[in-house]
Each structure stands twice: as structure tokens, then as C-alpha cells.
Design a protein around this ligand. Structure first.
Ligand code: SAH
Length: 366
């Protein structure tokens, strides 16, 4: 093999499949492939830590299968129960990952793109714009490293949510390849993997055609096209009726409950009329629809404020009375900008936000 080079790696550790690993291990006994694969995915170790391998091989593998994510910052919150990682990619772009430890489960929130092109004004990632898609290896590595950290703390990572930076269904092929690796090799159950989308209808349809029954979460935020198009520009391309058809079809194929995410914004989507509209949309799904409420988190580029805790509870109670399953999501990591919609990876965000106005109200948003 050639001498170690300083040039940028083309294949990172978790981008390599078994066959490619076989190429890297050419000349070694065949069983080395399993040994290394298990080391990476079951033991969550780096090649340097695989003491069953000869020392020279360990060193070579560490060089030829480099990590894709260089840890730049690691911040903790919630007494250590929330960890946010800021990673630097080989080309200088940055992404974030959030590890959340609950009493009964451990969840990692992963990024699928550096930045995001969806341009939702209330989301810090959207405010900073799109840089590039992540490779499947860059996605898998976020999970593997979080799993390792959890294990070192005596916990088992069991859940992955694609709710970090980026729109996973705009990068569906890489996301799917990552899901397969997370399922087949890291051993997580498909039922514990959740893809969250702004509502890219062709992406939902591709996901429906894939074999594993992963959960679908849809960032709905408004139940009429006028409001939703202001909050989520992609709604103009895939309006609510089309989106609901795709959700119904996903449900029919997968039999998995669908979550609707709803960031409550004062005076914009938290009125009684909004709850009624949302309940009407959910009716066709009966108990298979679940609404996740979360008060809007502050971001630098958005003027409106999240609903008060009291209003959030009232909104939930009204939904429940209207027959809709709804829960309020506990906010994690707001103090370290690790909460929903706050991941900007240190990117400057647009300073001139597009102001939106609630329908039927006058006056400017705060
Ligand atoms: N692009 C995908 C994956 C990101 S998930 C998607 O939008 O679903 C991130 C979630 O946080 C989405 O539901 C998003 O709408 C929500 N979000 C964005 N900004 C937020 C904010 N400021 N406060 C609360 N939730 C926010």
C-alpha cells in the first residue's frame, strides 16, 4: 500500500461498504473483513482500538479509513443529558448532531445536509442556506459516534431522528443508505428510526417504496395553504392536499403512525381556529396521526415568538377534545442552541427576516 498521504480522503470510514473494505484489506485473511466490520459497527471502536489486529494493520486502517467528522465543539446541557456536537467536514462545512438521554431511552438527532435549501424562515438552519448533501457515511458516523458516547456512559442508543440540519427527503438516496446501515449493521430497529420532512411528496413516495417501516414525521405547522406557504415555502410546490394524500398512502403501506410537527407561533398558528383546521386534517388518519406540539424556539432571524406554555397546553387540550392525539414535546438544549430549529452550526443567519402576519389580524408581528 502507498505511504500515508495528506490528501483529502475520498472514502470515509462509514462510507465504505464490505466490498470496499475487502479491497482495503487485500492480502489479509478473509476473516479480517468481519473482524473489522464488527469492530466498527458492533463494538463501535476505531481500528486503532481493535487489539486483535496486528499493530501495522491497525495503523494502516486508521489512515485509510479516516473519520469524516472532526469534532470542533461539544456542548452539554440538561445536566449532561443533552450533548450537542459541532462537526467540521473535510471541505470545511459544519454540521451539528444532538444526543439526548432520557430516563427510558437514548435518541440521537442527526443532520442529513450541511445547511438546508427549504428556506423556512423560522428555522435557523433554513436562515443560513444550503451548502451540500451529506454522504451516507457522514450520516452513519453521527450515529456511530453518538452510540459510542452513550455506551461509554452505560447507556444504549436506541433511536435516531432525522431532525437535525437539512431536509432528509431532499437527500433521500444517501439517507436511505444510512438507514440501511444503521438498521443492518448498528442494529437499531426500523421502528425506532424517524425521518422528518417538510413535505417533499416524491420523497415520501420513495420512502414508502423502501422495505423498512421507518416512522414518518411531517413538519406541518399550518393546516391551510395560505399560512403554510408563508411558513414553509415548499408548500407552494407540494400543497397540503397533495401532502396528505402521500401521508395516507405511506400509512397504508407501512402501517406506522404518522407524526405532524407543529411549532406554535403566537398569533400565527396557535388560535382555536388553527386547532380546528388541524383536527379536520387529522380526522382521516384517526388514531394513526399524532401531533407533536412545541413552542417555537427563538432563532436570530425570526421576529415572532413562540406561544406561552399556557397557550401550548390549551391548544393541546383543544386538540384532544377534538379527538386528536397530541403531545407537547419537551424542549431540550435551548440554552446551547441545540433545540428544534436552532441548529445553524455557527453559520451567519439572514439578518433581514421575512415578516409574516397572522391571517385575520392586523399589526406587525413582534
Ligand atoms: N427538514 C426536516 C428535518 C428537520 S426537523 C423537517 O423540517 O422536518 C426540525 C424540526 O424543527 C422541524 O419540524 C422544523 O419545522 C422544526 N423547527 C424549525 N425551526 C423551529 C423553531 N424555531 N422552533 C421549533 N421548531 C422548529
Amino acid at each position: 500500500m502507498s505511504a500515508p498521504t495528506r490528501s483529502r480522503p475520498t472514502r470515509s470510514r462509514f462510507d465504505v461498504d464490505r466490498e470496499q473494505l475487502g479491497e482495503v484489506l487485500a492480502g489479509e485473511p478473509r476473516y479480517r473483513i468481519d473482524q473489522v466490520w464488527q469492530g466498527l459497527y458492533e463494538q463501535l471502536r476505531s481500528p486503532a482500538e481493535l487489539t486483535t489486529l496486528p499493530k501495522a494493520l491497525r495503523t494502516r486502517l486508521d489512515q485509510e479509513l479516516p473519520l469524516a467528522l472532526e469534532q470542533e465543539v461539544r456542548r452539554i446541557s440538561d445536566q449532561g443529558d443533552t450533548v450537542k456536537y459541532l462537526w467540521r467536514l473535510h471541505d470545511g462545512h459544519r454540521i451539528e448532531t444532538v444526543l439526548m438521554m432520557y430516563p427510558d431511552r437514548v435518541t440521537v438527532c442527526v443532520s442529513s445536509q450541511a445547511g438546508c435549501a427549504m428556506d423556512c424562515g423560522f428555522c435557523a438552519t433554513g436562515q443560513a442556506g444550503f451548502q451540500r448533501h451529506l454522504t451516507s457515511g457522514e450520516i452513519v458516523e453521527q450515529v456511530a459516534r453518538a452510540a459510542r458516547e452513550a455506551r461509554d456512559l452505560g447507556r444504549r442508543l436506541g433511536n435516531v431522528v432525522f431532525m437535525g440540519m437539512g431536509e432528509p427527503l431532499a437527500n433521500e438516496a444517501a439517507v436511505w443508505a444510512a438507514i440501511e446501515r444503521i438498521h443492518d449493521d448498528l442494529g437499531l430497529s426500523a421502528r425506532h428510526l424517524t425521518v422528518s420532512t417538510i413535505g417533499i411528496v416524491p420523497g415520501i413516495r420513495s420512502l414508502a417504496a423502501r422495505p423498512l417501516p421507518v416512522n414518518l414525521a411531517v413538519s406541518l405547522h399550518a393546516a391551510n395553504d395560505d399560512t403554510r406557504s408563508t411558513l414553509v415555502p415548499m408548500n407552494k410546490r407540494y400543497p397540503i392536499s397533495m401532502l396528505m394524500e402521500a401521508c395516507a398512502d405511506y400509512l397504508a403501506v407501512k402501517g406506522r403512525r404518522i407524526s405532524f410537527e407543529w411549532a406554535l407561533i403566537e398569533g400565527v398558528n396557535d388560535r382555536d381556529s388553527d386547532a380546528h383546521e388541524l383536527a379536520a386534517l387529522c380526522r382521516r388518519f384517526r388514531l394513526a396521526a399524532h401531533v407533536n406540539l412545541i413552542p417555537l424556539n427563538p432563532t436570530p432571524g425570526w421576529p415572532t415568538v413562540g406561544s406561552s406554555p399556557r397557550r401550548v397546553r390549551e391548544f393541546r387540550d383543544l386538540l384532544e377534545r377534538l379527538g386528536v392525539n397530541a403531545t407537547v414535546r419537551r424542549n431540550r438544549g435551548t440554552d446551547i442552541d441545540a433545540a428544534c430549529g436552532q441548529l445553524a452550526a455557527g453559520q451567519p443567519v439572514r439578518s433581514q427576516p421575512i415578516a409574516i402576519r397572522a391571517r385575520g389580524t392586523s399589526g406587525s408581528p413582534r
